[in-house]
Design a protein around this ligand. Structure first.
Ligand code: PMP
Length: 286
């Protein structure tokens, strides 16, 4: 495997950043993950637009021009022979003597790109089974709309899920409403067949997959309501599912041990998943 690190293509096993990279020491960085399917990058424009927004919110500069970034993504995908899988992009504020405040001398932001193959059949088999979800109290900062590499609460939430035999953890506010998953957006399907997902304010990440699923829903003639919903409402819903670039649309079959409907993946989530690739923006990798 090959990784891109600050201007070089290196063996993945040897790919490393400096000990004073601000991402490593301070989590002062942002990232994106894009799905690669059948040789296409899915929703590349949306992901790079969000990367641009995350960097602007943190007053970070692009490490290379956007056109160069697109070429680097493709080169990493090509060198790793990825037709199905994902590409990871990370930008940090660069290498500087450790200090919480921004470096006073100009430093170049640091760019890391990796890509990974995933077996599409294994991915589909996992989605077909559906996943259990647990809930955890929201304990993240107030700007999780910025896609930063500061993911410790998400790490702990996902670990709690794994230890409970679940696939995802949903962050829940003190008022009992669902925010989003540790690495996914959360959705339910109401008894009358409408899709419900939380409004994308500063309290959740505005998922690129979430936005595409809204378009897919529109094509399928399904109504989407952007509003808060509670854990109880989700447990009593017709269906629940999560979305993200790597999981696409994945059905949720139980929440805190309580089955959603009959405890099997629902047909709405399946239809959304099946139609997803047709509707998503596809950029060729070569
Ligand atoms: N919320 C969080 C906290 C995430 O980490 C992710 C995955 N990056 C998502 C939602 C889903 O976003 P996307 O559809 O853009 O992958």
């Amino acid at each position: 495997r090959i990784a891109y690190v600050n201007g070089r293509y290196v063996r993945h096993a040897d790919a490393a950043v400096h000990v004073e990279d601000r991402g490593y020491q301070l989590a002062d960085g942002v990232y994106e993950v894009c799905e690669i399917k059948r040789g296409y990058i899915v929703d590349e424009r949306g992901h790079l637009d969000r990367l641009d927004r995350s960097m602007r919110e943190l007053r970070m500069d692009w490490p290379v021009e956007r056109k160069a970034m697109e070429l680097i993504l493709r080169e990493v995908i090509r060198r790793n022979h990825v037709r199905n899988g994902m590409v990871y992009v990370q930008v940090t504020r660069g290498v500087a003597p450790r200090d919480h405040a921004f470096p006073t001398k100009p430093v170049r932001s640091a760019l890391v790109v990796t890509a990974k193959r995933m077996d599409p059949r294994a991915v589909e088999a996992k989605a077909a089974k559906g996943m259990a979800v647990i809930t955890v109290p929201e304990n993240r900062w107030e700007r999780v709309d910025i896609k930063t590499i500061g993911l410790l609460p998400n790490v702990l939430a996902k670990q709690a899920a794994v230890e409970a035999g679940a696939g995802e953890a949903w962050f829940v506010d003190p008022d009992g409403t669902v925010k989003e998953g540790a690495s996914t957006n959360a959705w339910i399907v109401t008894k009358d067949g409408s899709l419900v997902t939380r409004p994308a304010d500063h309290g959740i990440l505005r998922g690129i997959t979430r936005a595409t699923v809204m378009k897919v829903a529109d094509k399928l003639g399904l109504r989407v309501e952007e509003r808060v919903f509670s854990v109880e409402e989700a447990q009593a819903a017709r269906e629940a599912f999560v979305t993200s670039a790597t999981s696409l649309v994945s059905p949720v079959v139980s929440i805190n041990g309580k089955p959603v409907a009959n405890g099997h993946p629902g047909s709405v989530a399946r239809s959304l998943r099946e139609a997803f690739f047709e509707i998503a923006e596809k950029s060729p990798t070569c």
